[in-house]
Design a protein around this ligand. Structure first.
Ligand code: HEC
Ligand code: HEC
Length: 304
């Protein structure tokens, strides 16, 4: 009887912690916010359908390739990353995958008025112009450019490409050898290593001047922040970190999941192993509990 009372007390306090204390602490540490919808409701939809052929011309006529490479169309980046970051603060991303990564409505809006679409009005304006200019062409030209970017984008973007193209110009992923200036090549001499580190430091300094802070290396963020936070943060950084320097990037839900898949592959390599080990650990406990019980019975049968 006494044992049962002790058990009841232990169960009671365990449940209070589980349902009372833990959720309370959680709600303080992670205040509630609306989950991501990926609808970009605050932006105006594009009401025209575009023509990819005319879009290819519009891209050329509007100077996009003065800053952006488009590998899929055989157009290389006009500058190396460090030079580009000296001019624009950050290396303008290659546009080959833009049509697949970004939500169509967001894409049209970010081309027309990047500061508005990226929610950076608190940082850029007439006094501090944004590096990418607004687009003053017609809505038809805009629809054509979007149609063109969609037409050259691959059907399926790999998780790594999604990360590199959407996040890799600002964030390192050291555990997978990704740096904001590109992957670290195999280097034999100290001089080569010093040169790489110098370039990386120059780029980081330019980023800091541009953003006001250095974006963190994301290798372990999937563990420290978790899926849900990353998904909701990427959809709208301002909602979770008011005044943050990170722009809204405008990914579709699908490409956000790709980025998360990649972050998980890099930051939590052992997850599958851990999950498959779980049932075996439980089995181990069950078997040993039975043995312990049988042993206890045997001992007590000798005593009594
Ligand atoms: C003067 C240089 C410059 C020109 C010209 C320019 N861009 Fe950009 N663009 C940038 C920079 C810099 C960024 C990255 C900004 C950032 O991440 O803060 C960018 C970002 C983008 C993005 C990614 C947006 C996102 O959500 O991450 C797209 C798409 C894009 N540009 C398309 C275009 C198109 C289409 C044109 C032509 C109409 C164009 N750009 C012209 C500099 C330029
Ligand atoms: C134009 C640069 C830029 C791009 C592109 C960018 N980020 Fe960031 N990111 C930042 C900056 C700057 C910070 C630091 C924010 C701060 O401290 O206010 C940040 C912070 C973060 C954080 C940490 C948030 C926290 O709670 O501390 C995560 C996670 C993150 N970014 C994920 C991403 C992902 C995923 C992508 C691609 C989908 C991405 N970022 C694209 C600039 C960028």
């Amino acid at each position: 009887m006494r044992e049962l009372k002790i058990l009841a007390v232990v169960v009671f306090f365990t449940l209070v912690t589980y349902w009372g204390v833990e959720p309370f602490a959680h709600s303080i540490m992670h205040p509630h916010h609306e989950p991501a919808t990926f609808t970009y409701d605050d932006l105006k939809p594009l009401n025209k359908s575009g023509d990819p052929k005319r879009g290819a011309e519009a891209i050329m006529n509007n100077g996009c390739t003065g800053c952006h490479g488009i590998k899929a169309a055989g157009i290389p980046a006009p500058m190396d990353p460090v030079t580009a970051s000296a001019s624009y603060g950050v290396n303008p991303p290659d546009l080959s995958t833009a049509g697949a990564l970004y939500d169509e409505k967001f894409l049209a809006n970010v081309i027309k008025n990047p500061v508005h679409a990226m929610k950076l009005e608190h940082k850029f304006g007439d006094a501090k112009p944004f590096p990418m200019p607004n687009f003053y062409g017609s809505d038809q030209d805009l629809a054509d450019i979007v149609a063109y970017l969609k037409s050259i984008a691959p059907k399926e973007v790999t998780p790594k490409d999604a990360f590199v193209n959407a996040c890799g110009r600002c964030h390192d992923m050291k555990y997978d050898n990704w740096y904001v200036i590109g992957p670290k090549p195999k280097m034999d001499t100290e001089l080569e290593k010093a040169q790489f580190n110098l370039k990386h430091a120059q780029y980081q300094a330019n980023l800091k001047k541009y953003l006001g802070t250095n974006p963190p290396d994301l290798s372990m963020y999937i563990r420290s922040r978790g899926h849900e936070y990353i998904r909701d943060f990427v959809e709208d950084p301002q909602k979770l970190l008011h005044g943050t320097a990170m722009p809204r990037v405008g990914l579709t839900e699908e490409s956000t999941m790709k980025v998360i898949e990649y972050m998980e592959k890099v930051g939590d390599r052992k997850k599958e192993k851990r999950n498959s080990l779980g049932p075996w650990v439980l089995l181990y406990f069950v078997i040993f509990s039975i043995l312990a019980y049988l042993w206890k019975k045997k001992i007590w049968s000798e005593v009594l």
